[in-house]
Design a protein around this ligand. Structure first.
Ligand code: FE2
Ligand code: FE2
Length: 192
């Protein structure tokens, strides 16, 4: 009898907690009220992320063993510097000063990237880990630039859209290169 009552209590508690978290969130005072503000918010977020990547990528390159992986990371570091300046151009197109706002998602992804270095031995296994962590970063960037380019189109900001699509292409190419490297030998080398 006592056993049957306990789960019923638990279920009731769960129901209450779902109710309390399903309310509409009150917007902050400076909350975006139109798409242009959401666009600007997204630009600040990815601007922080790209600048953080410029600092983080050399460590990844240094920890990679495969010459091809090192080369791919070095190439993408140069592209990433271009992504920072593309964003500065987009800020100037909308008449705003380039400003970075901490991107919690990228901070987490970069933390994960650091942990993977400690959790893998140097060589093919670490290389496979670096590829995994880097692809998570690229996928975040692909999602972000896809969204921002769509916003730019909706806002009729053609030049901004072109710049964002240019960056998006490079993120996609980097992601494909990483897949090729993983499938082309690094994953298999990591088995032994
Ligand atoms: Fe980027
Ligand atoms: Fe990238």
């Amino acid at each position: 009898m006592a056993k049957a009552k306990a789960p019923a209590k638990k279920a009731a508690a769960k129901k209450t907690s779902t109710k309390s978290t399903s309310r509409k969130v009150a917007p902050k005072k400076d909350a975006a009220t139109e798409l242009m503000e959401l666009f600007e918010h997204g630009l600040k977020d990815i601007y922080w992320a790209e600048k953080a990547l410029v600092k983080a990528l050399p460590k990844m390159e240094k920890n990679a063993s495969s010459p091809d992986l090192k080369k791919a990371i070095a190439k993408h570091l140069e592209e990433t510097k271009g992504h920072v300046s593309n964003l500065e151009s987009v800020f100037s197109i909308i008449g705003k000063k380039a400003q970075a706002k901490k991107c919690d998602a990228m901070e987490g992804l970069l933390e994960e990237g650091k942990s993977i270095l400690e959790e893998t031995s140097i060589g093919a296994v670490r290389d496979a880990g670096i590829i995994a962590a880097s692809q998570k970063v690229e996928h975040y960037e692909i999602a972000t630039y896809g969204t921002l380019a769509t916003y730019a189109k909706a806002l009729d900001l053609k030049k901004a859209m072109t710049l964002l699509l240019e960056t998006l292409d490079q993120e996609k190419n980097c992601d494909e290169t990483l897949t090729d490297l993983a499938k082309g030998g690094i994953n298999l080398d990591a088995i032994d």
